[in-house]
Design a protein around this ligand. Structure first.
Ligand code: PEP
Length: 408
């Protein structure tokens, strides 16, 4: 599930002593916070990362680095490698921050190398992009954003979506006390999502978190987070105080309904009720016989569930990837730690029994068989193991939906 992301960027602030007292305080407050829909992270200076790593051990607080080189080691005086950052427990890295671009002269080329290097080592790059005041006044905002985005990502060939973060930070809003209005931020962030869909795919673009940064405070966070394309925030000044940052991280998020979205979402109301209700009951599913063809029920169901933020693994030996998800050749090969709660089987009647037998070994809570399939033997096998089996699930309408709707 895509989670909102709240990051505190401490910049060049806090000694070891200050880091310790901040974190002890902040972690105590975090105990009372429901973190089901969000992730919280802090970016201390490099000098405090080791101490921070010790303090956040087993705690729901992620560590972020403020920059990184692209190489593992070598003659790069003054730099720190992604490999070293991993050792320090870092999971995300801020890159291309406007202070790096404007004070230290980092170019798009350097930033692109950093993004690629960090990604290559399994860390999540947070690519920061944003226009200056002059560029906004000259109505060049979208042009600048598109160019920084494309340049910064140019060495990344493929991403899943959950492994990349973009932060829109208008330079005129950073540290100035003047934040972009929610609609200014939304306008640029929906544009970023559209461009990400062009660079990767719309499924990947939906999964990438796009943060807003620039004078975020406890007073303006609620309105900013209402916007559909603001998936979290990068907070500078206000993250230096425990109370303020905790207030920001703990707000109730009420998204306004997306209007004029540039990525069209199909109407899923034709899906069987059981499928529409999956998000209320389960989190992890496997679809056996997943199809890459956009008019097939398995594709439509999977597309729907992924857009709801659910974890879905496709099983199909004929394809490497479906809807941006790695596929598995058989049920035996899905990672054991995935532990699906539901297995939906799209198979012809005569092939169903052996697949159900294999599905039972994975021990899901429910097995579903598509329309037209009744198999008494499969039913008694599943029920003997205490697994609920739903047969003849109606996909007729889904099929029609795929045929008619050009959005798929
Ligand atoms: C930042 O440093 O990324 C930032 C947004 O700073 P501030 O919140 O202080 O504007």
């Amino acid at each position: 599930m895509k989670k909102y992301l709240f990051i505190g960027n401490w910049k060049m602030h806090k000694t070891l002593k200050e880091t310790e007292s901040y974190l002890v305080n902040f972690l105590e407050k975090l105990i009372d916070l429901e973190l089901l829909d969000r992730e919280i992270a802090i970016a201390p200076p490099f000098t405090a990362l080791f101490l921070a790593k010790e303090l956040v051990k087993n705690q729901p607080l992620k560590l972020v680095a403020q920059n990184s080189c692209w190489e593992e080691k070598g003659a790069f005086t003054g730099e720190i490698s992604p490999f070293m950052l991993k050792e320090l427990g870092v999971s995300l890295v801020i890159l291309g921050h406007s202070e790096r671009r404007h004070i230290f002269g980092e170019t798009d080329e350097i930033i692109a190398k950093r993004v690629w290097g960090v990604y290559k080592f399994g860390l999540i790059p947070i690519l920061c992009i944003g226009e200056t005041l002059e560029e906004r006044q000259a109505e060049k905002t979208l042009e600048v954003i598109e160019s920084q985005l494309k340049e910064g990502l140019k060495y990344l060939k493929e991403v899943r979506g959950d492994d990349l973060v973009i932060a829109y930070e208008p330079v005129w809003a950073i540290g100035t006390g003047i934040n972009a209005t929610p609609s200014q931020a939304e306008e640029v962030q929906s544009f970023i999502r559209k461009k990400l869909a062009e660079i990767f795919s719309s499924e990947v673009a939906e999964r990438i978190r796009i943060l807003y940064g620039g004078s975020v405070t406890p007073e303006n966070i609620e309105d900013l987070m209402k916007e559909p394309n603001i998936d979290g925030v990068l907070v500078g000044g206000a993250s230096l105080e425990v109370e303020k940052f905790f207030k920001i991280c703990s707000i109730k998020i009420n998204k306004r309904t997306q209007v004029n979205t540039q990525i069209s979402l199909p109407n899923y109301s034709n899906l069987p009720q059981e499928i529409l209700e999956i998000p209320k009951k389960y989190r992890r599913l496997v679809i056996v016989g997943a199809s890459p063809k956009s008019d097939r029920p398995s594709y439509i169901v999977m597309d729907y569930l992924l857009k709801q933020g659910f974890e879905v693994l496709p099983v199909n030996p004929a394809y490497k990837e479906i809807l941006g998800q790695k596929t598995y050749p058989s049920l035996e090969e899905i990672p054991p730690e995935f532990k699906p709660e539901v297995i939906i089987i799209f198979r012809k009647s005569e092939e169903v029994l052996p697949v159900v037998e294999r599905a039972i070994k994975v021990n899901p809570k429910v097995i579903w068989l598509q329309e037209g399939i009744y198999n008494k033997e499969a039913q008694s096998l599943a029920e003997k193991e205490g697994i609920k089996i739903i047969m003849n699930l109606c996909f007729k309408k889904v099929h029609m939906m795929g045929k008619k709707d050009k959005n798929f």
